[in-house]
Design a protein around this ligand. Structure first.
Ligand code: NAD
Length: 360
């Protein structure tokens, strides 16, 4: 197949990924949910949180750190305050179930706080804000990551926490929702791996080496000795990452990162989500009108030279989704090879996965 990028139609990719996920022994509903979530991450342009995660999931499962066919468990129910345990189940399933519970409560009572711990990798957090927005709800999500520390605190020389994503969704009348969804590191770890594989440097201001010195050499987050990524926006992004650990970790999950790498391959997420029904605040019409007026006003700003149009959060993902649905999902040959190897580990014949994807 050479080293050219594959372009795979989304439905064929879905079929191929479903075949791989079946190898975990997942029930049919889980197979569909996990595959759809991963393919959707690729469709929105966030390849680092899409199908390329499968080999890592296989490693985690083999170590017993990922538990297929596991559902969210209710630990405490205070009506509009739910404490949930993900029991190391697929985050794609656990996240959806946790939000469904929160949505039900928020629609009935006006708001709900969902504290979720011990979910295996929740993937693209924007998926959860989209689920809430689809039900007309505003949502805010603070997430921590239990894995090898890879981001340094502001002023610190080594890594102390993960890429702790922050996300919020705001439904808008007559327009697609605002979905703000980003890691609090200046660049995603996946991007340093891509640069390392290509033998290219990363931009200045992203990385520290193993001595805590600024570097553009991506190897320091890819192979030991480990360096660290920096948080975006200096002390401000660092502060947000800190909050993600305190709220998503300590408060919601009852677990923060405070030790060195134990070498395990599983990735656990804690997430504190706040869901609000704008209608329950009393003046849904004012909210809708004021939110729309502001977004329109912002987008009327004349674009700077070289910029097509002023966008708002969520637009980029929607544009990429439309383009990739039309033209196919790009999958680099290294990622595809790793997925086929992961399939073989699961006793799934790589030739059938290739055939599903139309790559045979
Ligand atoms: N589960 C986990 O442990 C974990 C950890 C870290 C990151 N993540 C996920 O990784 C993904 C990628 O994160 P990232 O930091 O690389 O994202 P990013 O840097 O691509 O930023 C994405 C956000 O910026 C907005 N955006 C992009 N271009 C814009 C423009 N021109 N104008 C206005 N807004 C614009 C997007 O709509 C989106 O809200 C996210 O989905 C995140 O949830 C997950």
């Amino acid at each position: 197949m050479g080293d050219k990028q594959h372009l795979v139609p989304a439905d064929r990719l879905q079929r191929a990924v479903e075949r791989v996920v079946r190898g975990f022994g997942s029930a049919p509903q889980e197979v569909t949910t996990v595959a759809a979530n991963l393919v959707e991450a690729n469709l929105t342009g966030h390849d680092s949180h899409g199908i390329g995660m499968l080999p890592r999931y296989v490693d985690a499962w083999r170590e017993g750190g990922l538990q297929p066919n596991t559902h969210v468990k209710l630990l405490a129910d205070a009506g509009t305050l739910l404490r949930l345990d993900g029991q190391a189940g697929f985050g794609q399933v656990i996240g959806r179930e946790a939000m469904a519970l929160g949505i039900e409560r928020a629609r009935a009572a006006g708001s709900c706080i969902v504290a979720l711990g011990n979910a295996h990798h929740l993937g693209r957090i924007g998926a959860w804000a989209e689920q809430c927005a689809d039900s007309g709800l505003v949502s805010v999500h603070f997430v921590n990551v239990i894995s090898r520390p890879i981001v340094a605190p502001h002023g610190g020389a080594d890594a102390r926490f993960g890429t702790n994503p922050f996300c919020a969704g705001v439904p808008l009348a007559g327009r697609a929702p605002v979905i703000l969804d980003f890691a609090t590191s200046v660049i995603a770890q996946g991007k340093t791996r891509v640069a390392h594989n290509k033998g290219e440097p990363v931009a200045p201001g992203c990385l520290l080496d193993d001595q805590g010195r600024p570097t553009t050499e991506p190897r320091y987050t890819v192979v030991p000795p480990w360096g660290a990524l920096l948080a975006f926006g200096g002390h401000k992004g660092y502060g947000l990452a800190l909050l993600c650990e305190l709220l998503g970790g300590a408060l919601a999950a009852g677990r923060t990162l405070h030790d060195a790498d134990d070498g395990r391959r599983r990735v656990l997420n804690g997430m504190l989500s706040v869901l609000i029904d704008p209608a329950a605040l009393g003046d849904a019409a004012a909210f809708e009108a004021q939110a729309r007026a502001f977004i329109d006003w912002v987008q009327e700003s004349p674009p700077r030279e070289g910029v097509g149009a002023v966008q708002v959060a969520g637009d980029a993902e929607r544009a990429t989704r439309a383009q990739r649905r039309r033209d196919g999902v790009p999958v680099d040959p290294t990622t595809w090879r790793e997925i086929l190897e992961a399939a073989a580990t699961l006793q799934v014949d790589p030739a059938t996965v290739n055939a599903d994807a139309g790559l045979a």
